[in-house]
Design a protein around this ligand. Structure first.
Ligand code: SAM
Length: 221
């Protein structure tokens, strides 16, 4: 059954740039081993023991397929068509049954309270309105269902990392199709109306300084 988003805000659209859309597909494919090396233990905690059917927002080229249980089904909400071919190939390689959903996370088209587990990594930084995405997550999760996330966030105010995030915000957003390193996503998640939220904050050791500050955790519907 297809339903509309829970909020009254207009649904954002996603237009993949013909060059940067392709660039991001290749970039995230090439960077996958490096990102996995950096994020593995945080993803293992957040994405551990998932059920056999998972909805992923902004699945990209399939970085999180390895964290699904054997034989799982992934409902991948991914609006950038340049990601699709690599995502399909990765799902086939890993034996994951893929249901590709060419829509935005703000309006997944999934039925109310039909989902046990929704996940995202490095996506709330890029969507037009993270609060609207979380309202959609709450709409599709069944009572007791969980949203699990690994996301990069703004560094604390008046720190050198925060200053770098500020200086690089425009070229960063241009390159990564709207990505912002300046979002306080912990506050957005905590105020989204989930019944229980657990979040860990951590820093990565990476030369991509604007990307150093992260959160991971779970939010229960
Ligand atoms: C930085 S990439 C991360 C991809 C993948 N999750 C990973 O960890 O490698 C951000 C992804 O979010 C997708 N995206 C952007 N806006 C979106 C939206 N409104 N709804 C769903 N996905 C979106 C992009 O197409 C891209 O695949």
């Amino acid at each position: 059954m297809t339903v509309s988003a829970a909020t009254t805000a207009p649904t954002p659209t996603f237009e993949a740039h013909p060059i940067r859309g392709r660039f991001n597909s290749v970039f995230f494919r090439l960077m996958e081993p490096y990102l996995e090396w950096n994020l593995r233990r945080h993803k293992q905690r957040a994405f551990g023991q998932m059920p056999g059917r998972v909805v992923e927002l902004g699945a990209g080229v399939g970085a999180n397929l390895r964290h699904l249980p054997d034989g799982a089904t992934l409902v991948a909400v991914e609006p950038n068509p340049h990601m699709h071919r690599r995502l399909e190939a990765a799902a086939e390689r890993r034996g994951v049954h893929l249901e590709l959903c060419d829509r935005v996370a703000e309006d997944t088209g999934l039925a109310d309270h039909s989902v046990d587990t929704a996940i995202s990594s490095l996506v709330l930084c890029t969507v037009a309105d993270p609060a609207q995405v979380l309202a959609e997550v709450r709409r599709i999760l069944r009572p007791g269902g969980t949203y699990r996330f690994v996301e990069h966030v703004a560094a604390p105010a008046r720190t050198p990392t925060r200053a770098v995030q500020r200086i690089l915000r425009r070229p960063w957003a241009w390159t990564f199709e709207g990505c912002s390193c300046e979002r306080d996503l912990e506050s957005v998640i905590r105020s989204a109306g989930f019944s229980a939220v657990s979040i860990e904050s951590y820093r990565l050791r990476t030369p991509f300084i604007p990307f150093n500050t992260h959160i991971a955790g779970t939010a229960r519907s």
